[in-house]
Design a protein around this ligand. Structure first.
Ligand code: NAD
Length: 808
């Protein structure tokens, strides 16, 4: 969190405000997305929009009138239905839709009396927004929080003329598109907003909405859009001035410098040039001089907008997809041609460097075409950020976080500045005629070299006078920093065991893509032994890009190609044993998955006493994609997890259970969220979902402690009821049908047979109770026979080389 000044009132504000129900006014792009996000976190939402002015022909034919509620609510109703079609999905599970109720501004304003938070998300026009607020002011109950999602209209101006209670509870809450996925929430107080309201929204934003909250000042476009728009426009200007093509600029302004893959122009195409024009105009109208000049759109962009070439929604913008080819626009001739890329020595040199900071440093000072464009877009953006320090935000932490969370930059402007050297870059800027911003001058006058400084393992930032501690939210444990400060208990190449404090240890994977190999298996065994002896519980979690993308496929393929079946048998056996060690640990083990949690990654979670998943968890047993079935107990553990949720003492048709598990593994189903993982039975009713991914390790630790304190007992070794011969035949029916209709290949069918055999518990009668170890043995045999298949090896090879499954 930023803005430590709000911290003191935090406790009290929790008591003063509570959001049990919300209303979202406006069901357009942002309004519907915000409503979906509220539903995702379990808050019932009233979604209102305008009443249409006339009937469609179809409505008239149906005998509907402008008085029919179906017609009056149709804009919001349509937006709700549309949520199911959008990609990426705004809802974490379809059933959340039932939490959103449609209505309209004419018939339903009275209902605003029953809500605790009203979010206005209508057209970006001050007069229209103010008109609506007047009506709301007349009906809302005192104490209801009201906020605007405006991209840049003054919060102060919007609050003008409203009642005192309204003004006290009014502020800006600026979500980024799409609201479920983009982390940034700018909270913008007006001078009239009560500090406890700002404080409440900040903690609500972090804890319940799961956002990264930044307090912004009430200035045009706030923080992220002010700097982001400036950076994009500078890029356009420099591209034109220096004669670069669109593709060339994109080839060096994306992942190469720690920014999203969509770089500059693909980002603009996705945002839409029309939307971008409004955002730029917001600042243009409120600035003067040199600054204002930057916010004037170049003529070629205006022409693109006139032509309707506004980006992805018009299927043409800076890029146009023709057949399989993506063509770039020539902004002089207005013709599309093959996209070019910059290829310069500095790019190769940068790739050799370790860490983003060194890569960017190599690039900006390079004496070639890449260096030229990057220097000329990065340097002005840094200067602009420094000039705005204090005006748009209180500190550099807020500015850096806003750019990272709102624009997907890996480093904010001041972090980039540290990386390229403040004094060195400032010298170069001065040579080119730039004035040193007062804020930077103060840093240099103090003899400091960087905006951030690490002291005793804690991060500090320069506040214009001196270094101050970067405020740390105790729930947002930063593992990298934590390890620097506290060290590790034990470490090998794939994983570390860390003392998280309060008697809980953390097993962190840190192998390549966090894939599981013998090093991680060894650490799992060590971790459980150590925790059983000396700790209250174990968390398995990390803060990599993804929790774990599976077992180390390269190693498995190599052993398979060398016919090292004996070695593979040993590896799989030890993988299975380690999973059983997690399952039967006498101390609670809590798995904390997030992002991609595939194959072996899912297998590590299934045996844990509890799964605390991030809201953004994409979990599944996807081994069939590489010609295999799960080999680390995934089959039996997913099956028993399904069984565990069933009531005791009632007749159960195990076939339904087996079919469900079979379908999940055979179709390599992956959840699109933590909630959907529950629908898929990877999580059970007692498992948890953390909305804020940054709080995941903390939340998992609290669960481990609670389980321990409540007298955790390891599960008993119980016999497992299986479906046997008849179950095998039933599971295969569907697969054979799919094969005959050409939906799956012969090799898919072979894998399906092996899988069905394992899940059915082999050749036994229906209802037989078998040992867990027996099922694990079946699993291992099936895995080893598949791994030796040439077609499975081709699939593995393809995945390793191309990163996607081969259907052979
Ligand atoms: P949109 O055009 O998709 O939706 C606008 C909504 O306003 C619609 O529901 C429409 O029916 C309603 N509306 C239109 N005229 C109205 C009137 N006279 N009275 C009341 N309602 C009216 O727009 P959007 O992109 O969802 O933007 C909504 C707000 O969110 C704006 O303030 C915008 O600046 C802001 N915003 C947009 C984005 C984005 O990326 N689109 C991002 C952040 C903030």
């Amino acid at each position: 969190m930023n803005g430590g000044s709000f911290k003191k009132t935090r406790e009290a504000s929790h008591v003063a405000y509570q959001i049990k129900k919300a209303a979202v006014l406006g069901s357009g792009v942002m309004g519907s997305g915000i409503a979906a996000h509220l539903a995702n976190i379990g808050i019932p939402v009233l979604l209102l929009d305008i009443v249409p002015g006339k009937l469609t022909e179809q409505e008239e034919a149906q005998g509907l009138t402008l008085e029919s509620s179906q017609v009056r609510n149709k804009i919001a109703t349509g937006a709700i239905q549309n949520l199911l079609k959008q990609k990426p999905a705004p809802l974490t599970t379809k059933s959340n839709l039932s939490l959103i109720e449609a209505g309209n501004f004419e018939d339903d304003l009275e209902k605003l009396k029953d809500v605790d938070w009203i979010i206005e998300v209508i057209v970006e026009r001050l007069d229209v927004k103010k008109g609506l607020y007047e009506k709301i002011d007349a009906v809302r109950k005192p104490g209801t929080i009201i906020s605007s999602n405006t991209s840049g209209i003054s919060i102060e101006a919007m609050a003008e003329g409203r009642s005192e209670d309204f003004q006290k509870h009014f502020l800006g809450t600026h979500f980024f598109n799409p609201p479920r996925y983009l982390k940034l929430l700018e909270v913008i107080p007006a001078s009239t907003t009560a500090p406890e309201v700002v404080e409440f929204m900040t903690s609500f934003g972090e804890d319940r909405l799961g956002k990264g909250v930044v307090i912004a000042k009430d200035t045009p476009n706030f923080i992220a859009n002010r700097i982001g728009t400036y950076g994009l426009l500078i890029t356009l200007r420099e591209m034109e001035k220096r004669g670069y093509s669109i593709g060339e600029v994109d080839s060096v302004t994306g992942t190469l410098i720690g920014r999203p893959k969509s770089a500059t122009f693909r980002t603009l195409d996705v945002v839409g040039l029309d939307t971008f024009m409004h955002v730029a105009k917001n600042v243009y109208d409120k600035t003067v001089g040199e600054e204002q000049k930057v916010f004037k759109l170049p003529p070629f962009m205006k022409k693109m907008i006139d032509n309707g070439w506004i980006g992805a929604k018009a299927k043409q913008g800076f890029y146009s997809k023709q057949g399989k080819d993506i063509l770039e626009l020539d902004t002089e001739t207005f013709e599309y041609g093959p996209a070019k890329k910059l290829k310069t020595p500095s790019i190769e040199m940068a790739k050799q460097q370790k860490g983003l900071a060194n890569k960017v440093k190599t690039l900006v000072y390079a004496n070639d075409r890449t260096g030229e464009i990057l220097w000329n877009i990065i340097a002005p953006t840094l200067l602009y950020s420094a000039e705005l320090h204090g005006e748009i935000a209180d500190d550099i932490v807020a500015i850096d976080n806003a750019m990272k969370w709102g624009f997907g930059w890996q480093q904010g402007p001041f972090e980039i500045w540290d990386a390229i050297g403040v004094a060195k870059s400032m010298e170069k800027m001065k040579e080119e005629g730039a004035t040193v911003p007062a804020f930077v001058q103060r840093l240099l006058d103090k003899g400091y070299e960087t905006f951030y400084s690490e002291q005793d393992g804690d991060l500090h930032f320069f506040d214009g006078e001196d270094y101050k501690l970067v405020p740390v939210n105790e729930k947002a444990i930063n593992l990298k920093r934590y390890k620097k400060k506290h060290g590790v208990i034990k470490k090998n190449s794939g994983a570390s065991l860390i003392d998280l404090g309060d008697g809980v240890a953390l097993l962190e994977f840190h192998s390549q893509s966090n894939s599981i190999g013998p090093d991680i298996i060894q650490m799992i065994n060590y971790a459980v032994d150590e925790v059983e002896k000396n700790y209250k519980g174990l968390v398995i979690g990390n803060q990599g890009k993804n929790f774990c993308v599976g077992a180390n496929l390269g190693m498995i393929l190599m052993e398979a190609q060398d016919d090292n079946i004996f070695e593979l048998d040993f590896i799989i056996r030890s993988f299975q044993n380690a999973m059983m060690k997690i399952k039967y640990s006498t101390k609670p083990v809590v798995a904390a998955p997030f992002g991609m949690t595939l194959g072996g990654g899912a297998e590590v979670c299934l045996p844990a006493a509890h799964i605390q998943a991030s809201m953004e968890t994409y979990i599944g047993l996807v081994e069939v994609g590489v010609g295999l079935i799960p080999g680390g107990g995934g089959n039996v553990n997913l099956y028993t997890k399904h069984l565990k949720g069933l009531p005791k003492g009632v007749h159960i048709d195990y076939q339904f259970v087996a079919n469900k598990v079979f379908e999940s593994i055979a179709m390599a189903k992956v959840s699109t969220s933590g909630e959907e993982a529950r629908d898929n039975n990877f999580l059970d009713f007692a498992d948890g979902v953390s909305v804020n991914g940054d709080h995941l390790i903390y939340d998992a630790k609290q669960v481990a402690l609670a389980l321990y304190e409540n007298g955790y007992k390891a599960p008993k070794h119980e016999k497992i009821p299986v479906t046997g011969d008849s179950g095998y035949a039933t599971m295969l029916l569907g697969a054979e049908g799919m094969f005959l209709s050409g939906f799956i290949s012969e090799h898919d069918l072979k894998i399906a047979k092996k899988l069905a055999f394992v899940l059915a518990g082999g050749k036994v009668p229906y209802g037989t109770l078998v040992d867990e170890q027996y099922m694990l043995d079946l699993e291992r045999e099936a895995f080893l026979s598949l791994v030796a298949e040439p077609k499975s090896q081709q699939r593995m090879q393809h995945m390793l080389v191309k990163g996607k499954p081969l259907r052979n």
